[in-house]
Design a protein around this ligand. Structure first.
Ligand code: ZN
Length: 68
């Protein structure tokens, strides 16, 4: 079977989505744990961004509280 450049995923090793380097089986889908941490950090940032969209407590409500 000849290698098909159109389908690199099945014809050869996968490439790191962070830096584009070939990924060894131990660290797939990334080339290293460092790139895995980078991807994880991006994912967490996106997750936190969704949480911030939730309506937070109104800070003006604290002024209405009376120490009774
Ligand atoms: Zn990488």
């Amino acid at each position: 079977m000849a290698k098909d450049p159109v389908t690199p995923l099945s014809a050869g090793p996968r490439r790191c989505p962070i830096c584009g380097k070939p990924t060894p089986p131990r660290h797939q889908p990334f080339c290293s744990t460092r790139c895995a941490d980078i991807d994880l950090g991006r994912w967490l940032k996106g997750n936190y961004r969704v949480e911030t969209e939730e309506p937070a407590d109104d800070p003006s409500d604290e002024t209405e509280r009376q120490p009774d």
